[in-house]
Design a binder for this molecule. Structure first.
Ligand SMILES: [Zn+2]
Ligand SMILES: [Zn+2]
Length: 325
């Protein structure tokens, strides 16, 4: 089972500007002065030595993650603009299929890709929204109404269903079991835990963990327990999350490390990046989290051996594939 990140930017799509691309190219060319490249592959090898912020970006599409469990039916988390890139990856005229879309909540950045989801316009496809907000169907339809959008929902030829559940519900798709948790976020959001053959991937975006997270019985520790991959909302700095952006419904990198360590998570993926931060700033937060993790691990080894810091802490970016292993 693996997670494929199609959209990782928080709040709104935030494509890199021409000026920013030019700056990255300039710095990369300057750093390569004096070197000769015998082949395009040699250029790739050189680019791989640069930090991701110098050769790519962390901020592009909004939330959409595919859970690829080898099942016949597609499994997706949220329908942000990354959903469009997912549909482009299917190629032209894909065979009729069933798509399950698990919705965390209805903020625009989590649904705005759906009007551009090509399979929705093709007869023979089946799309099932799963979630907990009673307003899912009305909201998905409303965002396609004039004057906001020129193509009405009624032109979508796929069979589109809305599976709205009560808090605490779980789901099964093929041999994938999906459990859920209600999260602290304006208007509430839900996290999803996918389990298959002993492997576990948790998608937990748009979720704030305040002082209540210090409780030894904090329910998220159980929900994240021994996840191979935890996709975690780390939009803010710790200072912002605790002060001016408290109660805004998001978390931070340091809290991500602490909670992941307490839950013995293997790979922590920081997700839902702040669109106002540049790529280098996001990378600086990540370095801080990695350093903190090493420090935190030293203190843990003296207290609770059941806890350990994540083996890997990565920043999500569009195109990242994370294997549950
Ligand atoms: Zn969001
Ligand atoms: Zn939100």
């Amino acid at each position: 089972m693996k997670a494929i990140i199609w959209g990782s930017c928080g709040s709104l799509p935030s494509p890199t500007s021409s000026a920013s691309i030019r700056k990255k190219v300039k710095e990369a060319v300057w750093a390569a002065q004096g070197q000769t490249f015998e082949s395009p592959q040699a250029v790739d090898c050189y680019l791989d030595t640069l930090p991701h912020s110098a050769r790519g970006t962390y901020r592009a599409n909004t939330s959409c993650v595919q859970i690829d469990a080898g099942t016949q039916e597609y499994i997706l988390c949220d329908a942000g603009t990354g959903l469009r890139d997912f549909s482009l990856s299917l190629g032209k005229n894909p065979a009729p299929a069933t798509y399950h879309i698990f919705i965390s909540h209805l903020h625009w950045d989590h649904i705005q890709g759906f009007p551009f989801f090509a399979p929705a316009y093709q007869a023979g496809n089946r799309i099932i929204f799963h979630g907990f907000h009673q307003a899912i169907e009305a909201t998905i339809r409303q965002q396609m109404e004039p004057p906001c959008f020129p193509v009405p929902f009624s032109t979508m030829q796929a069979e589109i269903e809305f599976d709205i559940q009560e808090n605490g519900a779980h789901f099964d798709i093929g041999d994938v079991h999906i459990s859920t948790i209600k999260q602290k976020h304006p208007g509430d959001s839900w996290g999803y835990r996918f389990e298959q053959k002993g492997k576990r991937i948790v998608y937990s975006s748009d979720s704030e963990h305040g002082p209540e997270a210090r409780d030894p019985d904090y329910p998220f520790i159980r929900f994240f327990k021994q996840a191979d991959v935890l996709i975690f909302d780390g939009q803010y700095t710790m200072q912002e999350a605790a002060n001016e952006k408290r109660d805004w419904g998001h978390s931070d990198h340091i809290t991500a490390v602490e909670i992941a360590a307490r839950a013995a998570v293997k790979q922590l993926i920081i997700f839902h990046h702040e669109p106002a931060y540049g790529d280098a700033e996001i990378e600086a937060l990540h370095h801080e989290a990695v350093h903190y993790s090493v420090k935190y691990n030293h203190s843990l080894s003296r207290s609770d051996p059941a806890e350990h810091f994540p083996q890997q802490i990565k920043l999500a970016y569009d195109g990242l594939i994370v294997e549950a292993s």
